[in-house]
Design a protein around this ligand. Structure first.
Ligand code: GRF
Length: 194
């Protein structure tokens, strides 16, 4: 469990790379009375994507980080996190792999959502691979981030049935809707003791 004691709201950052539908759902969850989180910062590796526009409209401090040099990028990110007293990080469609150094610095404080039923289909193109392998279900998983890609402890997972008519686009669309509900649910579960 994440040990964050003695405060009402936990300062959180959301890392994104694009559309930002999970950012949206985490933000609306954070505004609920019983939520224990406060979204203070959005980090994105791309300028002018939908998620960035959404964050700015909602007056969340938003930083675009150039990822040409991962070491420099992570150094900048660490400074932003410190300045904003960030205690918990949510990866929401963040398409960069964090270094071992960064992950260990924020051990047990980085959460991710992955569009598959982990441990199956780590990495990219999850739904495409699930359909090719004639799986009955795909789904999504909220989990802790560790040094190993998509392998940290699972917080919550939900199945989504693959229909005979599905292609990877229709399946990702359906799973995304489930993701948007599962992420807040997982955060709530994680922080239920605080
Ligand atoms: C989601 O499917 C997430 O699981 C994956 O990237 C997608 C991001 O979607 N890692 P969004 O930007 O939150 O809409």
């Amino acid at each position: 469990m994440v040990k964050l004691i003695g405060k009402k709201k936990i300062n959180c950052a959301v890392f994104i790379s694009g559309r930002g539908s999970n950012l949206k759902s985490i933000l609306s969850y954070s505004k609920k009375n019983n939520s224990k989180i406060n979204i203070r910062l959005v980090i994105c590796n791309k300028p002018s994507v939908n998620g960035v526009n959404f964050a700015k409209k909602n007056k969340i401090e938003t930083k675009i980080v150039n990822y040409k040099n991962k070491y420099k990028a992570e150094k900048k990110i660490t400074n932003y996190l410190k300045k904003n007293n960030i205690e918990l990080i949510f990866l929401a469609g963040f398409m960069k792999i964090l270094s071992k150094y960064f992950v260990n610095k924020y051990k047990n404080k980085i959460i991710n959502i992955h569009p598959s039923l982990l441990p199956k289909y780590k990495g990219l193109n999850t739904h495409k691979r699930a359909i090719i392998n004639k799986e009955k279900f795909s789904g999504c998983t909220v989990h802790f981030v560790t040094e190993k890609l998509d392998s940290g402890r699972i917080i919550l997972q939900q199945k989504v049935k693959i229909l005979s008519t599905d292609d990877y686009k229709s399946l990702s669309k359906r799973v995304l809707k489930v993701e948007n509900k599962l992420y807040p649910k997982a955060i709530n579960k994680l922080l239920s003791n605080f």
